[in-house]
Every structure is written in C-alpha cells, then in structure tokens.
Design a protein around this ligand. Structure first.
Ligand SMILES: [Zn+2]
Length: 453
C-alpha cells in the first residue's frame, strides 16, 4: 500500500491539529500544506470559533457566509489578557461602547451559522476586564441565534449596563424567547427579573404579582444555572441597577434571586413544564459576619426542583487576589481568585478549553468520542488562578489562616461545605467553623481556639 498522506486517518490529523492548538500556534498555515490537510483543516478551524476584543470586528467584516454551516461552537471571550490593543488607556464605558458596536455588527452573521449548537459570551474569572457591556447588544446576539443553538452561556460577570438609547429593553425577554429550546444554559448578569421565565408583571415589584405570573415551559432543559451574586450580595431586579450608586441587595424582594426563584418554583410546580431530572440552579451568596470570624463568606447553590441548597464556605487567606480559599462538598480545598472560586462553587457546569472556547461539561462527557470532543483541547488553568491548597502552601509556607491553625492544634477538620434543606432557602446562614468540645475561641473577632480550663 502506498504510504501517502491520504492513508493517514482523520483521527491522527485531528491529533496533530490539537497539538498545534495546545501550543497556541495559528492553525491557518495548516490550510496551505496540501489539499488533504486543507480538507481536514477547514472544518476544524471553522467548527470552534473564539473571538476576542481584538478580532471581533475583523471577523464580522471578513467572515465567509459559505463557511457558516461548518461552525458548531462560537465563543466571545472578553479578557484583557488576550487583548493586544491598548485597552488600559481607555475607560470601561468607551471600551464597552466599541464592544457593543462590534457585537451589533456580528449579530446578522449568526443566522448563517445553521449548525451552531453552542454559543458563549464570557468574561472569564482570570480576566481583569472591566467593560461596561451594553445590554441591547447582548439582546441582539440572543435574538439572532439560529434555532440549532441549544447551549447558551451569557456571563458578563455583572458588568452589563442598560443602553440609554433603548428604553426598557429587557435582556430577560430575549432570553425568554430562546430558553424553551435550550438544553444547557449558564447566565451571570448585572440585573435580571422573572420575565426571563414567564409572562406577567415582574415578581418582586408587588406581592400580588406572583398570582398573575404564567411560566414558560423548559422541556428540553438539562442544566440551567443563573448566578445572582455580586461581591457576596445579590444582583438587583431589572431597572433598579444604577451603576453610579450601587446598592447592596440582600435576598429581599428587590433582588434578582428572589424574583427568579419564585418564577422557577412556579414553573417547577406546573405539570409538564420541565423534566424531572433537570438541574435548575440559582446561585447566591451570604456575606460573612465581620464581628464573628467563625462565620464564613458562603456561596449558595439552590436546586429549585429538589428544594435543596449546597452552601460552600470561602475566605481570603492573604491580602492577594489569588489567595481565596474554598472548601467543596466533595472535600476539596482550593485556592484562587474570588471569581474562579465562585465558578467552582457553581459546580463547574461549563468548561473552558485552552483557547477559551466554552462547552457544557455534560456535553464534553457525552461526546467523549464525538466530533466536538476531538476538537476540544481541555483547559490548562494558569496556576495563579486556581490550585490545591497543598500547592499554594508549598509556595507560601509562612502564610496561614486561623482555620488551618485551629485544625492543626485540635487535630480535627472544622469546616465543610453543607447540603441543606428547604427551610434555609429564603434566609440562608453563613457556614460556621465548628468549635470542638473542650475548646473555646480567644474572642469572636480573632477566632483562635484554645483549650478550656
Ligand atoms: Zn428583566
């Protein structure tokens, strides 16, 4: 048998492409090697597309619509770490306005991507991006998604703002139109309301509104996570977010969490409105008590269908943004920046690849032998972003927190994530570090354990 390039199976060629991608080298030269490589590389290059602040505008003006059907996944990754423009010299509003124009220019291309299954707009936890993303441009993207798109992520890390030119445009309403066909969804926005999940007056604005609320059905939904937390408090209802005078929202009626939780409970209680196996999650947080150091900052992930909550404790160990500690329900202790830690507390329902493309974790498992998985080069998380506490302590042997000292002196594990029942949902309490029998705290503020005598 002649050993030409044609004898090499696709698997091997995809492996070569994956290695090129892993090394962060451009794939476009692969198109020019020979016809065989060109045939294999064209779908590869177009199937998973990642756009950044720097190439978004170029993509919109130069994309060849005949390649549209090749695109399976599109991620817009907004991160200064990938930008080579001088973004630091501009303010967040100027960058946001330029980004908004670029997103509006991109939206007419989306209907050509007739085989697109996954779309993500993501401001990742390792990004230092502070961009005021105009909500009307996000709505234009959602409105133009092709019907093939069943996995959706919109994560602005709460930096989205309403566009003054378009009065009253709810991103929630655009989301409501596409959610019924979605399978996997992750949303983290600066403001939201019950309009995302149904029709009628906004739940939370008046107590009686819940009686006039009609939920939509989410029959395809496998996993939905809406993050409603901002700096250990709640994001507000649509219309009550004013970036110039930020208000701290508790889990009250004025919070997005409260409005969305009641809307989703309404949906869950209606016969045949969602699958019994669906994961419908809302993410929130409880701030620690500064007068009592045994009470920890706590992320809460509420399972709306099962009415249970996972409460995950967290604390800064050192004055350094990568020194935040988290203890997970499966017993891990991780260190990282607060945004990365929060994504772990969410349950890692979406994953990043090394080039920043995003995919639901369940899809990656299901398709472990499929086309998407072959193309997907798994993530290598920069070590300063997230690591085990063993790795962190090895690097900083002199840094410690009271928890570690207390566990060492008592020889006991004193802090764990908790799974809680429904009674806790509307007034969640922070996770508390245990005080073992025979021990006492020096003072509530300092929290060091000493033997009682
Ligand atoms: Zn809304």
């Amino acid at each position: 048998m002649a050993s030409t390039i044609d004898a090499v199976p696709d698997e091997i060629i995809y492996k070569i492409f994956a290695e090129i991608k892993r090394s962060n080298s451009p794939l476009v030269p692969c198109l020019l090697v020979c016809q065989r490589w060109n045939r294999a590389a064209l779908p590869y290059i177009n199937s998973i597309i990642v756009l950044y602040l720097t190439n978004l505008s170029l993509f919109s003006t130069s994309f060849n619509p005949t390649h549209g059907p090749l695109v399976k996944s599109l991620t817009i990754l907004i991160s200064y770490s990938t930008a080579d423009v001088d973004v630091y010299s501009q303010d967040s509003t100027t960058i946001g306005n330029t980004l908004g124009e670029n997103l509006l220019a991109l939206s007419p291309i989306l209907p050509h991507l007739i085989n697109l299954t996954t779309f993500s707009f993501n401001i990742p936890p390792f990004s230092s991006a502070l961009v005021n993303v105009p909500r009307d441009s996000l709505a234009a993207l959602v409105d133009n998604l092709p019907v093939s798109c069943v996995n959706l992520e919109i994560n602005t890390a709460t930096s989205d703002v309403s566009a003054s030119s378009i009065d009253g445009k709810h991103l929630c309403e655009s989301l409501r139109h596409v959610l019924p066909r979605m399978k996997n969804v992750r949303i983290h926005l600066g403001a939201m309301c019950s309009s995302t999940f149904g029709h009628g007056p906004v739940i939370g604005e008046r107590p009686e509104n819940i009686d006039n609320f009609t939920p939509i059905a989410l029959l395809e939904m496998e996993s939905l996570l809406v993050n409603c937390q901002r700096a250990m408090y709640c994001t507000p209802l649509c219309g009550s977010d004013d970036p110039s005078s930020p208000v701290i929202y508790e889990r009250s009626n004025a919070s997005a969490w409260s409005s969305l939780y009641q809307a989703l409970r309404c949906l869950a209680q209606k016969e045949g409105h969602c699958q019994a196996s669906a994961k419908l999650y809302l993410m929130g947080a409880v701030a620690r008590d500064t007068r009592d150091s045994s009470k920890y900052n706590t992320y809460t992930r509420d399972d709306v269908l099962r009415e249970t909550t996972i409460a995950t404790p967290s604390r800064m160990v050192w004055i350094d943004r990568h020194s935040c500690l988290l203890r997970t329900l499966d017993g891990r202790e991780l260190m990282g920046n607060p945004a990365a830690i929060m994504q772990i507390a969410e349950g890692e329902l979406w994953r990043s690849s090394i080039d920043g493309s995003r995919i639901p974790a369940s899809l990656l498992q299901k398709e472990s032998k499929g086309f998407v998985a072959k193309l997907f080069v798994p993530e290598v998380v920069p070590p300063e972003i997230l690591r085990t506490s063993e790795e962190w302590r090895e690097e900083y042997p002199k840094r410690a927190c009271t928890l570690w000292m207390n566990e060492k002196v008592t020889g006991m594990r004193l802090l764990d994530a908790e799974e809680r029942g429904r009674s806790d949902v509307f007034s969640p309490q922070p996770v508390v570090e245990r005080t073992p029998r025979g021990w006492q705290r020096e003072s509530p503020e300092r929290g060091r354990l000493t033997r009682e005598d």
